[in-house]
Design a protein around this ligand. Sequence first.
Ligand code: SAM
Length: 294
Amino acid sequence: METDRGTEHQQAAMSMSDQDEHALSPVSSNDTAVPADQNENADAEIATDESLHDQEDHPPSLILDLGTGSGIWAMQVADQYPSAEVIGTDISPVQPKWVPPNLQYEVDDLEQEWLFRDDCFDLIHVRFMFLSIKDWPGMLRQAMRVLKPGGYIELSELDLRPVKVQDGSPEPATITQWFKLQGGAINHRGFDMQIAHKFKGLLEQAGFEAVVEEVRDVPWGTWPSDKRLKSIGFWHVEQLKQGLQGIAMATLTRSGWSVAEVEVFLASLRREMSDPQYHILDHAYIVYGRKPLS
Ligand SMILES: C[S@@+](CC[C@H](N)C(=O)[O-])C[C@H]1O[C@@H](n2cnc3c(N)ncnc32)[C@H](O)[C@@H]1O
């Protein structure tokens, strides 16, 4: 049944603080500790930062978080805009039960046709979805339909394509090899590990206007001197390490590796990830655009 918020059917701004040039200067290779006061989860740290397009002057009344996952972004935005209604959708009902009263989670497959009515949302947020969305133009077409004229879509994603800093630091051979293998397998399944740098073009092709792209450095590990980047780098690598076996085992064994070979490879990969002599960066893309008024 359709309501003001769109449908009764059960169905991010990743924002780091401004980063100074000097922040990427390496620290001594012994200085790998994350300061105690920086020991926050990088996801939470990133998500709690200010949104790129400030909506305080025109508070949104209906917000959609696609693929809400733990629902953390939806909870934060529901608290930020208490007069708004927030809907977080996900194919998997893993969200917490205790949430702000203006937030509702719904189970829905975003790759199917959405049942929300036309022109109802002020803001649609899509974050960390590169392993969940195959048809990005299709998703954007549906987003365009359900956004109000003048409403925004915001996409946030890591472009997982580690770049070596040109400062004389050594080449991380195992990480480079892993990315070639992993990227090929993920692309073979129809996902794009490096979709983020294409967002701006995709939004423009879909008809969004005033498209803004911001690109931020996400270091691997604790090598930068800047405390905040050090913390982000620490948690970036910790998260990758935690998911490593799950990500790599299927890919590599399906390519003919034995389980023992994969374990040895992953041990070497973990060592390289924690070694501050390697200075590499991923890039976070935050891209948003507006549905035209007419
Ligand atoms: C990496 S999590 C992103 C979580 C959240 N957006 C965030 O930034 O914290 C990807 C989420 O997409 C969901 N997902 C995967 N395929 C989906 C689909 N077809 N429709 C809706 N959600 C999907 C997964 O269940 C998972 O919760």
